[in-house]
Design a protein around this ligand. Sequence first.
Ligand SMILES: CC(C)(COP(=O)(O)OP(=O)(O)OC[C@H]1O[C@@H](n2cnc3c(N)ncnc32)[C@H](O)[C@@H]1OP(=O)(O)O)[C@@H](O)C(=O)NCCC(=O)NCCS
Length: 146
Amino acid sequence: MLKISIADNTNIDKVYALRNEVFVIEQQVDPTIERDERDKEATHIVATMDNLVVGCARLFWEDGAHIGRFAVAKEYRNKGVGRAICQYIIDLAKERNCHQVWLNAQLVSYDFYLKIGFTPVGDVFYEANMAHVKMVGALHPAMACK
Ligand SMILES: CC(C)(COP(=O)(O)OP(=O)(O)OC[C@H]1O[C@@H](n2cnc3c(N)ncnc32)[C@H](O)[C@@H]1OP(=O)(O)O)[C@@H](O)C(=O)NCCC(=O)NCCS
């Protein structure tokens, strides 16, 4: 069963291991960029299925809810895990009365975010040698992932 929660000491190392697998090994991001000082201040989200860590994201409470390091394990993609993590984040952000959720999306995942209800804002820019665009989801009471 898929379960989404705020990560704690029992699973944070598995979250970092998943990020390493997805961003460093799969996407060739420099490991010194992937793990950074901001991990200490982030709210980390973890998705587990049958006690296996299958997805993650981190949040900063700045200008609403700023989402980063959003990843689903390769063998668990296209099963609704990403959408479920996003819905969890939206619910969390609504509880905190955030006006928006937002992220800098890699262009390769642009269509995913568009599909679940985010809107692009501004120009394409480069981060960790990858093209990104800022995408925003406004939080009115009825907003849910599409
Ligand atoms: C992008 C990512 C998080 C999506 O997670 P996921 O669990 O596969 O997504 P879901 O299964 O919830 O998909 C929701 C919908 O979006 C679609 N979708 C998923 N990935 C997509 C993509 N890359 N492009 C277009 N559509 C996509 C799914 O088909 C699904 O549509 P449906 O409801 O019509 O079937 C995942 O592919 C991933 O971790 N990629 C590598 C890391 C990454 O790029 N992270 C983003 C950093 S900004």
